[in-house]
Design a protein around this ligand. Sequence first.
Ligand code: CS2
Length: 490
Amino acid sequence: MIPLSNATLHQLPVQVTTPRYNRQETTAGIAHLGVGNFHRAHQAMYINKVLEREGQQGWAIVGVGLRNSAREDKRAAIMAEQDNLYTLTTFTPDSSHETSVIGSIIEYVHAAKDRAAAIKRLTDPDIKIVTLTITEGGYYLDAKGNFTLDHPDIKADLARDVPETAFGLVCEALRQRRESGTGPFTVLSCDNLRHNGKVARTAFCTYATARDPILGTWIKENVSFPSSMVDRITPSVGEADITRLDALTGVADQMPIFAEDFTQWVIEDHFCAGRPELETVGVQFTDDVGPYEQVKLRMLNASHSMLALPGVLMGYDTVPHAIADTLLLGHLERFLTEDASPFITPPKGLSLAQYAQEVLHRFRNPAVGDQLLRIASDSGSKLPVFLTDTVNGVLGSGRDHWRLAFGTACFLEYLRGTTDKGTPYTITEPAINAEQLALARAEDLAAGLQMTVFAGWNLKDHPNFATDVVKLRQSIRAQGTHKTLAQHAG
Ligand code: CS2
């Protein structure tokens, strides 16, 4: 097997597509914060294509790793060893696959190791766009959607000379760019949030104003924050996946990724300092991402959660395994058509019924085998984003709420960390502190509903919902999640 670097690109197996542009001739016009698998499978893939086009060589990416962790150290070391190259293998639902070497990330900065270097990189006049995948929970929003200036991380960051958070780094770079006359860059959120552009704008402006009100006003007036909808199912990659992928591709890649073949990126066309010609490589530009984002978050992401939470309790490991259970499949179909769809205003020409079928088809993709625990992780941040509008719609209109009550009961039971059969698993819930977790685990089975996760659900006005959640939790404990679902699905 051939190791991956600039020097070996021409030796790779013929079935592996390599960059069709000269990487040495590209320069970074985009800085990306949070270089996880999703960014590498999605935005970096689009940029890899755009770099092939004439006149687009100024839009390569400088990756900025934010975490101070052993994992980040390892990633930075491998990126350096492989000249920032990696393979992306995509699988169709009938398991045919294609592998490309992605060359669009041309530089990698480990910000946790050298904050000043990262800020300096962001002040480079060539950097015209800063893209973000910092996760749903990474925006420090409270239940009302405001940026939490009093969060300990943010408080600590505001007190530092050289900031550490994404907000601190970007605002400091913008401060320096303003002072030197370099001018602003666009900040483009690629996270699964409602109105992610507006959220990013509020977060960055609030942070900047707390540091320096004049900077806050300058950012408000000069930086553009387009909203975007991003979509591509990209599972986590474990050691066994690395071995499998490398055997499949014939490349000894130390950090390969894989994803479904489906991909979509819809962006609002407001870029204060220019942008690559992404429309030439399949990106959709629009004046209003809202309808696209509604459909994606409330259907695909929400049904992921509605599947993963009971799925984990039932002892399933992956999405295709869980959805092969006809009970869960039927449950999701009804959730999509009876609960989510009635409250969505889709973009013109999009059929929600067809979208629902496509989502289920994508979930069945056996080669993708997305991990339920990956999807369930950080439900504390995800559920408010994915489910709140649907819950408000269903409860407000008096429709049957039991599927949502079941999803809620499963979430609270999932937080206990053991399957119905008593097998333990690790919960990863950065947004749920010990006090909040104690509510979910309290003897009073209704106490969990006081968690801030549910703050936007107006549950006080709908006492029947709480009663049903308690009953469903009791039933899950007494007879298991599967039987509970079977009894109610009837
Ligand atoms: C998933 C998403 O983590 C989750 O909750 O629903 O990661 C999903 O796979 C992506 O948003 C697909 O675009």
